[in-house]
Design a binder for this molecule. Structure first.
Ligand code: HSE
Length: 291
């Protein structure tokens, strides 16, 4: 028997669409695995009623197949599905670490990124590594093709999750097919600024480097109250605000001293827009933990 906790993650961070990701210290999924002749899955926790237990339709079934590691798998969801907080990646990453240990496969965390990304393909149709990489490796991650680089940053964040669902498939449909050279140059500048900010643990640089004009505005339209929530967070001291992953969660960067105010400002602004929400006061943190 092996037990693994894998954290929620926030992908993109505005300027790093399909490339950047960070591990959050909360919420998290916990996965328990036990050897078996064939894979079975039992779900419980937040939103688990919406996730199929059929191994052919569940992310962890794909991970068990990829590792040739059949098991009884119990998933306790702390990360709500369709949240923009890497719910499926948390389960995939936890299952990959747990099954790798259970069957003594000997893969490194870096090698498990590709394995866990197979699980992501089950839900989104494409194998993204920008959530599974931070869920496995922790910190700030840059996923470029098969290569993943990491920075052990520690930046205060608020992840505000409204009571609406946005599926990754729907959020990918609204992504523009092309961008102007001016916008590409702007995005490169932002992404470079954000990366330097992570290396220096500087919330001002990270926040400023989230600015992006192509994908984020298209996705913001899927989130009721987004503009008001963003303004409220900035007024309360956030240094940058953007859509978390494919949404609907909204992620804000701030200094530690402003985190509580930013969290309540975001919840209040969603409420004024008629949407209930929950704010996680969190930070860039560690990846999956094997107990
Ligand atoms: N980078 C992905 C997206 C994250 O924004 O669509 C969700 O898998």
């Amino acid at each position: 028997m092996q037990t693994v906790r894998a954290p929620a993650t926030s992908a993109n961070l505005g300027s790093g669409f399909d490339v950047f990701g960070v591990a959050l210290d909360r919420p998290a999924d916990v996965v328990r695995v036990e050897k078996a002749d064939r894979t079975t899955i039992k779900m419980r926790g937040v939103g688990s009623q919406y996730i199929p237990e059929d191994p052919d339709k569940n992310v962890v079934g794909a991970v068990a197949d990829a590792l040739d590691a059949p098991a009884h798998i119990e998933i306790d969801k702390g990360v709500r599905p369709s949240s923009g907080l890497g719910s499926s990646a948390a389960s995939s990453a936890a299952a990959a670490v747990a099954l790798n240990a259970l069957y003594d496969r000997g893969y490194s965390r870096q090698e498990l990124v590709a394995v866990a990304a197979e699980g992501e393909a089950v839900v989104s149709g494409e194998a993204h590594a920008d959530n599974v990489a931070p869920a496995l490796l922790g910190g700030f991650t840059v996923a470029r093709g098969d290569a993943v680089t990491t920075v052990d940053a520690s930046i205060p964040l608020v992840a505000c999750l409204p009571e609406i669902a946005v599926s990754t498939r729907d959020a990918r449909r609204v992504v523009p097919e092309s961008a102007s050279m001016e916008d590409v140059v702007h995005t490169i500048g932002s992404a470079a600024t954000l990366s330097v900010g992570m290396c220096r643990n500087d919330p001002a640089l990270v926040g400023s480097g989230m600015d992006e004009r192509v994908v984020t505005p298209a996705r913001a339209e899927l989130i009721t109250g987004y503009d008001a929530v963003r303004e409220a967070a900035l007024d309360a001291g956030a240094t940058g605000v953007t859509v978390s992953g494919a949404g609907p969660a909204v992620i804000a960067v701030c200094r530690e001293s402003a985190r509580r105010d930013v969290a309540s400002a975001m919840v209040d602004a969603f409420s004024t827009a008629g949407v209930e929400s929950r704010a996680y006061q969190t930070r860039v943190s560690e990846g999956a933990t094997l107990y």
